[in-house]
Design a protein around this ligand. Sequence first.
Ligand code: AMP
Ligand code: ZN
Length: 435
Amino acid sequence: MAHYWHEDIECMSREDMRKLQSERLVAQVKHVYEHVPYYRAKMDEKGVTPDDIQSVDDLHKLPFLSKADLREAYPYGLLAKPLSECVRIHSTSGTTGKRVVAFYTQHDVDLWEDCCARAITAAGGTDEDVLQVAYGYGLFTGGAGLHGGSHKVGCLTLPMSSGNTERQIQFMRDLGSTILCCTPSYAAYIGETLHDMGLTPDDIKLKAGIFGAEPWTEEMRRTIEQSLGIKAYDIFGLTEISGPGVAFECSEQSGMHINEDHFIPEIIDPETGEVLPEGEIGELVFTAIDKEAFPMLRYRTRDLCKLTREKCGCGRTLIKMCKPMGRSDDMMIIRGVNVFPSQIETVLIEQGYTPNYLIEVDRKNNTDTLDISVELTAEQFSDKMKDVQDRERSLAAAIKTMLGISPKVHLVSPKTITRSEGKAVRVIDRRKLHD
Ligand code: AMP
Ligand code: ZN
């Protein structure tokens, strides 16, 4: 079933999209140069003027913006509209240092909510649906973004926010929620709680979930789809660029379409800043070409990703990004080897464990240590010491095959690892804490 929110845009020809992007980019660069002294100074320093930017081909000439710039310019230094024209502030989750704030005019809120409406529509949502928003409401963009998108589509919106999991399930049953929006780790927790309450997917009406705001693996997708009896769609975004809905998954469930009429993506080499050819993995950079209040130009996300223009079965022509492989700052270097938490998650779920785990990295006697605590389900739980040791050994061996280094695996009793209602914290790197 092909169903679009903005068919003319989502299925636009490549030439028309480039023309639209170029027009918007040229106007945006002028707007920023005239209204944001902080960015003007960066352009001046690089010797670039708005006249040098005539089309998307000139994008690479512009200077980058980074999280460090946002912190330096905090709170108003990158604002491009008078505060009297702004209607909203949101803030990043602050997983990596001081929070930054982003500003929105009404136009910006509409643009963002439209992006979320595209995501909901792509996941099969219509005005017949009951959409339960279990992302946190507040400064975090998750709740507000999907809430606004849900209104646009005309779904009956259930603004639950996160937490109080049994009540989430009770409302889901009583009010017949058909679409659930939250982080994937919270979706897994809701699925687990459903089963703990003695219920099965047949007891609820959910058909789809739209999950994002944190990295999750294909294995995690399957776990959630089974436990809730749904199709689970990915959604990507970041506060600096607006929030969730910068990119969204379609029925093909093979990467996310970027709303490139608003946000132009590039992939760069994180070391040199050079733009990489399509298909190569690098750091994702976004330029917001028609946001008014907080118009980021060439913002470095630190998310590692690749882009593809391969034709998509859903009919959309919007470029696709793969699931981000984590942020460049999520990557751990353990005993000289690059390790992503997602690699460990993949092995755990493949080996029949749940996504309830904690990775702890430390340095003892000048050697990095890697400890992984993994929760057993009630069925897996055994009183026999030998069973547990055998399981630990075989799981450690499987992880070693994936990573190339040996972890120490600790299997722990059911329900001992803290569940997440928002973005999960699954890694503690004590080496950083010592620094
Ligand atoms: P926030 O500070 O809440 O705006 O978080 C934005 C960051 O969350 C992004 O830069 C990504 O690192 C991460 N993120 C958001 N959506 C996804 C997703 N679908 N998959 C992986 N990471 C994501
Ligand atoms: Zn598609």
